[in-house]
Design a protein around this ligand. Structure first.
Ligand code: 0T9
Length: 409
């Protein structure tokens, strides 16, 4: 309680009223200034790999069953960053900047140990209405590729905002030619009436591998009488068997224990509080592409950070107006904005194969097509960047597009 800053109290009441009648479009919510975050949603894709060592660990495991467990472990270790990091850094959940179409967030986790290699993040806003962010995370040294996309469908009922995540993630291991389909949990926002919102996960999510393993993660929160926040209970089974191979239980924001299914022998305790994250390296703003998030939003972000409401408003409007003008021109010329790294497909074989299975909850994945990482576009951008660095003439730049470089396909 008492989380709403005194000066902001007057704006919270009207805000509560406005969410009680909102239409499900989160971007249209006009939140009071103190709940605005200067971070764009395109940045959230980075939460998937803030522990590059754990992200790549499955690639170093020869036993398929243990590999499936390591993928489950990695997924669970991302949850604290995904759903708690704003509370830790900013004091509560905050409303992110709504990315514009084509917005990019690019970065690398540099190799701090000499063993993991570099892990690269590519995040792109592939749709503005409704908002959809697509991402790929690549570690070439270990042949690990994560790709996915996400949108949100929200509704308001009984004093809370409920959010259904649309989309999924796919984790690929090159050496074993192995895929994992990861579904995204739905969530709701608690603490709204007190002005200190935080995320709690709902029901369950799943991970289904091409090697036939299924992990189910059941989420629960504080509840009315007992129970702790951010609690989960997960099992890993072979898809055609009832035998529980491993269990994982605990709180994703605190710590959890991995046990062997039959013997209940404890294999590992993971402490989310003490495991450090590797910071993402992002190019300095003056070296960024104009479409890169922190370059494009720089003035808005500075204004939010200094509490300058007027500048926040005018700078935001500038971006919105530019975007409207771009869409108008495209419409006039009968073309669509070209996504730099991703392509929409109607059918994705990995998704089709793995979306079905016991307990799978991937029913929403195909709505309006599936966004996939486009290796060809990626290679072309990489070549162009190299050509630019070499100072190659334009004609040559166009020819090199075909070569596949540095991809994890
Ligand atoms: C993908 C994640 C997602 C994005 C955020 C719902 C939410 C926007 C989407 C789903 C990431 O992989 C994981 C984490 C948190 C999710 C956000 C939590 C949240 O509150 C926001 C929405 C848009 C709001 O900001 C609502 C306003 C609220 C803070 C004030 C009551």
């Amino acid at each position: 309680g008492g989380a709403v800053p005194a000066a902001a109290k007057s704006s919270w009441g009207p805000f509560l009223k406005s969410i009680a009648s909102f239409n499900g479009d989160l971007a249209s919510l006009t939140a009071p200034p103190f709940i605005l975050s200067p971070t764009s949603l395109t940045e959230y894709s980075g939460y998937w790999a803030e522990h590059p060592e754990i992200f790549t660990a499955p690639a170093r495991e020869k036993d398929p069953q243990k590999r499936a467990l390591l993928v489950l472990k990695w997924f669970l270790t991302t949850l604290k960053q995904q759903y708690c990091s704003r509370n830790e850094k900013l004091g509560s959940e905050k409303k992110p900047l709504n990315p514009f179409l084509g917005e990019l967030f690019l970065g690398v986790w540099k190799d701090t140990t000499g063993k993991i290699g570099e892990t690269q993040l590519i995040s792109e806003q592939v749709s503005h209405h409704p908002p959809v962010t697509a991402y790929a995370i690549l570690n070439n040294k270990h042949g690990v590729k994560l790709e996915g996309y996400n949108g949100q469908k929200a509704s308001f009922s009984r004093g809370t905002i409920s959010v259904k995540q649309i989309g999924h993630a796919k984790y690929h291991l090159k050496e074993f030619d192995e895929d994992y389909l990861i579904t995204l949990p739905s969530l709701h926002i608690e603490g709204i009436v007190y002005g200190s919102p935080y995320v709690e996960l709902n029901r369950s999510s799943t991970i289904h591998s091409s090697t036939g393993y299924v992990a189910q993660i059941d989420y629960s929160g504080k509840g009315w009488v007992t129970g702790k926040k951010n609690t989960f209970s997960a099992t890993l089974k072979k898809e055609d068997s009832k035998d529980v191979l491993y269990t994982v239980d605990g709180q994703w924001s605190e710590s959890f224990v991995i046990k062997e299914g039959k013997s209940k022998k404890e294999l590992e305790t993971y402490d989310a509080k003490t495991t450090e994250i590797t910071p993402l390296y992002i190019a300095p703003i003056d070296e960024q592409d104009p479409l890169e998030s922190r370059c494009a939003w720089a003035k808005v972000q500075e204004a939010i950070n200094t509490g300058d409401l007027e500048t926040t408003g005018t700078e935001k409007s500038k971006i919105e107006n530019e975007q409207r003008e771009l869409r108008r021109k495209e419409k006039e010329e009968g073309r669509e904005w070209e996504r730099r790294y991703f392509t929409r497909v109607m059918e994705d074989p990995v998704f089709t194969k793995l979306a079905e299975g016991p307990g799978m909850v991937a029913e929403e994945g195909k709505t309006d097509g599936i966004w996939v990482f486009d290796e060809k576009k990626f290679a072309q951008v990489a070549e162009k960047t190299k050509a630019k660095a070499r100072g190659a003439p334009k004609a040559e730049e166009a020819k090199v597009g075909e070569a596949a470089v540095n991809t994890v396909a």
